[in-house]
Design a protein around this ligand. Sequence first.
Ligand code: AHR
Length: 519
Amino acid sequence: MKRLITRRRFAKDSAALSLASVVPAGLFGQSDGARQIEVRADDKIGEVRPALHGQFAEHLGSCVYGGLWVGKSSPIPNVNGYRKAAVDYLKELGVPVLRWPGGCFADDYHWREGIGAPEKRPKRVNIHWGGYVEDNSFGTHEFIGLCRLIGAEPYLAGNVGSGSPREMRDWVEYCNQPSGSTLAEERAANGSPEPFQVRLWGVGNESWGCGGQMTPDEYAAYFRRFSVFLREFGGTHLFLIASGPNNNNVAWTRGLMDGLVRHRPADGVSMHYYSWARQEPTKFDVDHMNEQLSSFAKIEQAVIQQRALLDGYDRGKNVGLIVDEWGVWDRGIPDEEKNYGRLWQQSTMRSAVAAGLGLNLFNRQADKLYMCNIAQMVNVLQSMLLTDGPAGRNCIRTTSYYAFLLFKPHRGKMAVPVEAADNGPLGLSASATLGEGELNLSLVNPRHDQDMDVVCSVRGGKPSSATAQILHDADWNACNTFDQPDRVKPGSHPVAVDNGKVRIGLPPLSLLTAIIKLG
Ligand code: AHR
């Protein structure tokens, strides 16, 4: 009861937040309504693979054409056809992995149409995303070129739905055979004597839906057949990713894994889990926001359950669980989609909080995950960057970009457990990783109506100093626009360290990463 009263008093007193940020030493350790968390630096979860911060670029709306790719003769500043501002921003963020060309698009993509002299490439109708015509000027070489520019590992999604094992097998050889074969020579003649060494291959996409409306049995048969022909060339060992469940569909995963027993298993199984909402991005009300943010607790449960399911088939835990598409999917605005492309979506403070909840859960479940790819990179759904239409010169960083930037220190570090009492879907969200002599602590306050005053102790280490960066706006609909590109961006935030404890005040709707030096 005492705790409840003091919390309520604390929440009412907005001045308490600034006090918490520069709290006097004497207040540490007192039960004054602060949320106590403990980082267990002497324990381990698993490495936060950089690929948990992967991205996805589909031929959809203005993600590729007019977004990433403007063409070499465009008046928009470009590097060999790639939009320069996008390349610069993505390099700054760092993109560990990039998945392409879809999505649904992948199962209607024929890779040979995207190689050779651009003017000779066929024009095709994008049947999944609006029926517009694409000229195939962005193909395999352009994709690999982009990956090299931004330092991303390429991940190709092969066509199972309308393709053939031969078509996909040839794509692998075209990319990976160093020399000597006709396909390797064709690649060299097209400007790339060096093999692309593509390791990550998706075998179809959403085969339960846009990838062919298959049953798990049917898909497992396709996977078995395709995978026989997908081989190592030139020493590049393939990591084959099977089309996994929609959300936490255990029946799909079971059917798939049953169908692969006594066969070469998939190296990875991809789950798609979107956080849907029926409201327009900048017009959310509290209920819809809370409902959408609550979905991340379900995603965490799905990761735990799907992992357990896979482990039941694969005692060696060799099958990687991949969250291949995730992010907020809000209600589209027809006028914006008309001007800027299909699924063009603004990112708001709410979206950034959602990204923080996702990235926190990936840290917490780091031992269970192989890769996670946000949908998508530019202009589409929860994108990192926005441009004002295919012909637009503007390119801005979204709130989601900044959420990913805040979590960058975790990449490649060892995740360690964080004990926190408040574990509800809209409670304080926390995760931590251990670096050389320092701890990276990320906190997310998903509440619009509560400050959170957090006192953190560290088991197995003694904090000596700390700095923090925060992303925050009290308005959940706040966003970066072409007129106000810097409305929501990270800034430094005070952190107090006293006698081995760290105290941080989190305003409503905020996400923060603190770098804590261990003495
Ligand atoms: O990311 C948009 C679409 O969502 C993808 O094409 C598909 O895989 C999923 O349904």
